[in-house]
Ligand binder design. Structure first.
Ligand SMILES: [Zn+2]
Length: 579
């Protein structure tokens, strides 16, 4: 046990061959001796001289409305932004209780954490990631005089790192533990933790197990990652981050682009900084100009040509968005990327009489409405862990005119498809009676007026906060393959009629073109109407109920007459060819 501050055990001249040096006379150092000493100084000082780029600064300095660092910080960034470096620097800073690269008068210098402490660093695969990326970052940043001792797993990868001294040479005693995502979740439990850092997104069971260890200390958590995997992180954290319009003051998210780390070009201003051109710098020389001359944001450490060369090699546009912009792979480009004409289209067939009919209405005052017709088959699937049934969308209408005229068109469509009343008509809740009175004379609301026109079984769409994101998730669940016992194979939980849902401004066109608005978490307005309908239906998650006999006897007779003309067959095999 150290009773007093352990003095640095090595000095600047240790290990340097000092032949010819006259003690007390620095001018007697030979050039190569000076180079070696300079190298040692910069090695010692790397953590102290760490310069943050414009993406890293807010990650360190952000405060919530209570003036505190939020408990959870998610650094979702492109490649080469320096996310691992700043994450590791933050690890060491927490182990020491202060940030050595800031001035000791800086408000963010001191960290509110007990020292000594225990922290955990989680990363993807112990062997490779730890040995090649994480361990070198730690070893480069921690000066020798901090007295690092390590333990290792049997494969040689880092298990723990103990710091005898802090950056100022005072006793520290903190331990940093290393775990990978291939280790069982339980290996993250058991230690009382003061902080956690995940490098790249962890699987959810590991996140749960590790954060359990943080409970008693209410310690901080930070994630540094390229948002390519584990989209649950987006739902759990990113969506709620207060600095992105979310509702949780203890969560902040940071989006860093690779361009935030560019040394000779400011993308925001389209300004080139010729002094920082790597061709004009000596090898290893740090770029001389710190700030963009226009926006005064700090410049980075990568040459423009190098970034361009790297990005050029990424051919998948979604992957490029994630690796360049730090934008969630599942939030770029098309909303329903999984939609595949070969898998989600079926050859139109007559919907069997015992399938349950549903309809969805997205009303519009100024342009034609969207009215979507679906059939819920008796075949069970599981959505969101609960029983559901496969849905076949078989036709649609874009009716316009007054509500009576619209209702008439709908009733004709129903008759064409051999039924009179669906089990439910899901309507956008904004147009429900209590929500929105329709402008103009005697129309009280779409809902009331539709009921007057004989449209029954109206159900309001779900519209709680967060339901849009949840709805996309549910639709994706429906679009995913689900096992069919009848067909003995997997196919999607939602199918679209090849003819019935085709056409300009039809459901298939909308679903296949629905896209995210560049740089936001929201989809474009274009093509949204039928996608809204399908989302309402997915959130409603209708379950099959055998249709009640129609009350209209004449209609029932008509149906019987029609059905008796067809031969007996199992409705579940109906129309679908097995691919
Ligand atoms: Zn600028």
């Amino acid at each position: 046990m150290a009773r007093k501050a352990a003095a640095p055990k090595t000095s600047l001249i240790d290990g340097v061959d000092l032949q010819g040096y006259v003690e007390g006379d620095p001018s007697s150092f030979k050039p190569d001796q000076l180079d070696k000493i300079r190298e040692k100084i910069s090695g010692y000082m790397k953590l102290g001289l760490l310069k943050m780029n414009r993406a890293q600064i807010p990650f360190i300095r952000i405060k919530n409305k209570r003036g505190r660092t939020p408990r959870t910080r998610v650094f979702e960034s492109g490649n080469q932004v320096g996310k691992t470096t700043i994450g590791v620097a933050e690890d060491i800073a927490h182990a020491m209780g202060f940030r050595p690269w800031l001035d000791d008068t800086d408000p963010d210098y001191k960290i509110n954490v007990r020292v000594p402490n225990n922290g955990i660093v989680g990363c993807e695969v112990a062997g490779q990631t730890l040995a090649q990326r994480i361990e070198p970052e730690f070893m480069a940043l921690i000066p020798e005089y901090c007295g690092v001792t390590v333990t290792r797993y049997s494969d040689g990868s880092l298990k723990s790192l103990h710091l005898a001294n802090d950056f100022n040479g005072k006793p520290c005693g903190s331990t940093i533990h290393f775990r990978s995502y291939v280790q069982p979740a339980e290996s993250y439990e058991g230690t009382v933790l003061d902080w956690i850092h995940f490098d790249e997104p962890p699987p959810s069971d590991i996140l749960t197990a590790a954060t359990r260890g943080l409970m008693s200390t209410n310690g901080p958590l930070w994630l540094t990652m390229t948002p390519l995997k584990e989209p649950y992180i987006y739902d759990l954290f990113s969506m709620h981050a207060f600095n992105q319009g979310g509702d949780d003051q203890e969560i902040a998210v940071f989006r860093g682009s690779t361009w935030d780390n560019c040394q000779d070009w400011c993308r925001a201003c389209d300004v080139t900084v010729p002094e920082n051109d790597p061709d004009k710098l000596a090898a290893g020389q740090v770029r001389p100009v710190d700030l963009c001359p226009k926006c005064r944001e700090v410049m980075g450490f990568l040459p423009r040509a190098g970034i361009e060369n790297y990005l050029k090699k990424i051919t998948d546009p979604d992957e490029r968005e994630a690796r360049e912009e730090g934008k969630w792979k599942h939030l770029s480009g098309l909303v329903y990327k999984e939609l595949d004409r070969d898998k989600h289209l079926y050859n139109d067939f007559t919907i069997p009489a015992d399938w349950m009919r549903i309809e969805v209405l997205d009303p519009h005052d100024a342009r034609p409405c969207c009215w979507l017709f679906g059939a819920v088959s008796p075949e069970e699937i599981i959505i969101n862990g609960k029983p559901a049934n496969r849905i076949y969308w078989y036709t649609y209408l874009r009716p316009s005119g007054n509500i009576d005229a619209i209702a008439r068109q709908v009733k004709i469509k129903r008759a064409e498809h051999n039924y009179k009343e669906p089990a439910m008509v899901i309507i956008d809740v904004k147009f429900a009676a209590a929500e929105k009175p329709l402008h103009g004379e005697h129309f009280p609301s779409w809902e009331e007026e539709l009921e007057k026109a004989g449209i029954k079984h109206i159900v309001h769409s779900c519209s709680a906060p967060g339901d849009v994101t949840l709805g996309h998730k549910r639709v994706k669940e429906y679009l995913a393959p689900h096992y069919s016992a009848v067909r003995g194979t997997e196919f999607p939980g939602m199918m679209f009629a090849k003819q019935g849902t085709s056409g300009e401004n039809g459901p298939m066109q909308h679903m296949s073109n629905y896209s995210w608005k560049e740089g936001t978490d929201k989809p474009e307005e274009k093509y949204k109407d039928f996608c809204d309908c399908i989302r309402y239906a997915a959130l409603e998650q209708p379950t099959y109920d055998r249709p009640k006999p129609e009350i209209d006897e004449e209609f029932a007779r008509m149906l019987i007459a029609r059905n008796s003309m067809k031969q007996e067959e199992n409705p579940l095999y109906h129309g679908l060819s097995i691919r």
